[in-house]
Design a protein around this ligand. Structure first.
Ligand SMILES: [Zn+2]
Length: 212
């Protein structure tokens, strides 16, 4: 049984997730924790639930999804996993922040790059990784076949899709990635987005104006 805990964090209202299973092991996905109160909330959640943090796995490395990486590294001594094509965003963390008016601290390089066919593993859990570029060149999504859910980052939102005007963005690539990879999965798949509420693939197939 996988438990998904969502935190809406930082001034960009980014969704950060903690996934845990019956073993007590957990992973962080897209930690955007920015404020001291957000750090406290995480410490509390981890200790109250007796969780053992294993790693950080990012869908992509835009600044609002990596603001909490160094906090987690120093708090729990865990590595950051991400796709190699998004490594340049980590190097540009401070510039990225400035573009949006934020004082970002430097973020150290990715510790482990996702390889073709690799899965995210913790406890008894395995998540498949799909590379879906377009919002960002190294954007991946995490899929649980057994539990029918998808962590979609900024690829797909309730009624919308990710912006493609940032460096490395590509609108056509994003649309075909969603249609060719994600829409092949079951309609009932629940989608946890990088911003905003959850949705399902079936709902987006019929209602999303960018994809119908
Ligand atoms: Zn993004």
């Amino acid at each position: 049984m996988i438990k998904i805990k969502k935190f809406v964090v930082n001034p960009l209202q980014e969704n950060s997730y903690i996934l845990s299973d019956e073993t007590g092991e957990c992973i962080f996905i897209d930690p955007g924790f920015f404020y001291e109160e957000e750090h406290d909330e995480i410490r509390e959640y981890i200790s109250e639930n007796n969780l053992k943090p294993k790693k950080i796995t990012n869908t992509h490395c835009h600044f609002d999804h990596i603001m909490g990486v160094e906090f987690l590294r120093s708090e729990y001594q865990i590595p950051l996993f991400a796709h190699p094509d998004d490594a340049f965003w980590i190097e540009r963390a401070i510039d990225q922040g400035q573009m949006f008016g934020f004082d970002m601290q430097p973020v150290n390089p990715i510790d482990a790059l996702f390889k073709e066919g690799e899965k995210v593993k913790f406890g008894n859990t395995e998540l498949e990784i799909f590379h879906v570029p377009g919002h960002s060149p190294g954007h991946v999504v995490f899929y649980s076949r057994n539990n029918d859910f998808l962590i979609a980052g900024d690829v797909l939102f309730y009624g919308s899709i990710g912006r493609t005007d940032l460096p490395g963005g590509n609108h056509q690539q994003l649309i075909s990635g969603i249609k060719d990879q994600l829409f092949k999965l079951p309609d009932e798949t629940k989608v946890y987005c990088g911003h905003g509420p959850e949705t399902t693939l079936g709902f987006e197939k019929t209602n999303n104006p960018f994809l119908t």
